[in-house]
Write a protein that binds this ligand. Structure first.
Ligand code: COA
Ligand code: MG
Length: 294
């Protein structure tokens, strides 16, 4: 299994690229990542202004440790190509491509980013949000070394399936599962879809918990009020970290005695549990580092 980076991505906030004030405000929001959107959150009449505002904001920087993604329009629209050129020059952490359905598209975009002289650090992320994209997610995930992450677009997926939004998301569980398998198999970051009812705090928390149980790194958000809950749910709790520390210590003592397993709180601790414990501890450290830098 390939390893994704340990960078925290608990809270990934969409911001309409046309809203100058929101872009300014984002520099102080406690989201781990920001998606500066040129696609669905922006009206056709504002597409070009948004492209310029977003490029200007990325170049100006000042986002601290926050990861900056720019979501461009599809290449089947009149804006996609120019959006890519503009984003390549601005050099965000990633360009997020909507409605990706084939590995060829990712490879073409990777080649274009090279031609345009985009910085090495500018990765490609893709939206998994159509039936064909879900079916091809394994090949898409293996498509290019420049590909670094997947964002689930559950609203588009539910729409294309003629399905309904249900609390436990049964209609899209297969697509979510395939996406998790592909992301972990190929070492990509993977972020869950949005929760539309942004004033429903308890429903949102349940949705975050379900996403965490699936293994998602975090959740995409539509409103700043959702940030704190996502940061809390997708971070290892203090009790988890404390248990992880004891598991690592007990396992190290056991192996020093020549034994292969340890027991902590009446449960077996094998090498694989220690791998999980160390990952949680490392993630906890990365979160602490990010929060102290913010
Ligand atoms: N990012 C940054 N700031 C945001 C924000 C966002 N996604 N959504 C709201 N804000 C800001 C507002 O600008 C406002 O700031 P202010 O008080 O300094 O003026 C503050 O948060 C409170 O906003 P509020 O009045 O509660 O919400 P709203 O009615 O202005 O906006 C939405 C509600 C849903 C329209 C808005 O949150 C939004 O556009 N979200 C993003 C939608 C999106 O990107 N969709 C595409 C992907 S699904
Ligand atoms: Mg979409």
């Amino acid at each position: 299994m390939a390893q994704a980076s340990l960078r925290p991505r608990r809270s990934v906030l969409y911001m309409p690229g046309s809203r100058e004030r929101a872009l300014e405000k984002a520099r102080s929001l406690k989201a781990d990542s920001l998606i500066l959107d040129l696609e669905d959150a922006v009206a056709p009449s504002e597409k070009i202004v948004a492209r310029e505002l977003v490029a200007g904001a990325v170049k100006a920087g000042g986002f601290g440790g926050r990861e900056i993604l720019v979501r461009i329009n599809g290449f089947d629209t009149e804006w996609g190509e120019e959006d890519l050129v503009s984003a390549a020059k601005a050099g965000p952490d990633a360009v997020l491509l909507p409605k990706v359905e084939t590995p060829e598209l990712v490879r073409e975009v990777a080649a274009k980013l090279d031609q345009l002289g985009a910085p090495e650090k500018t990765k490609i992320w893709i939206m998994m949000e159509t039936p064909l994209g879900a079916l091809n997610i394994a090949a898409i995930s293996a498509s290019s070394p420049r590909l670094a992450g997947i964002v689930v677009g559950s609203n588009d997926l539910v729409k294309d399936l003629h399905a309904e939004h249900t609390p436990l998301r049964e209609p899209i569980v297969t697509a979510l599962g395939l996406t998790m398998l592909a992301a972990r198999a190929y070492g990509l970051a993977v972020v869950d879809g949005v929760y539309n009812a942004f004033k429903d705090v308890e429903g949102f928390r349940d949705s975050c918990r379900q996403g965490r149980a699936f293994g998602f790194d975090g959740k995409t958000l539509i409103h700043p009020d959702q940030i704190a809950t996502a940061n809390e749910v997708f971070a290892p709790a203090e009790a988890d970290l404390e248990l992880a520390r004891r598991q690592v210590a007990a396992y190290e003592e056991a192996t020093a005695r020549g034994e292969g397993v340890a027991v902590v709180d009446g449960r077996i601790v094998e090498n694989l549990h220690v791998v999980t414990a160390r990952r949680l501890l490392a993630l906890g450290e990365e979160i602490a580092r990010l929060e102290s830098a913010a």
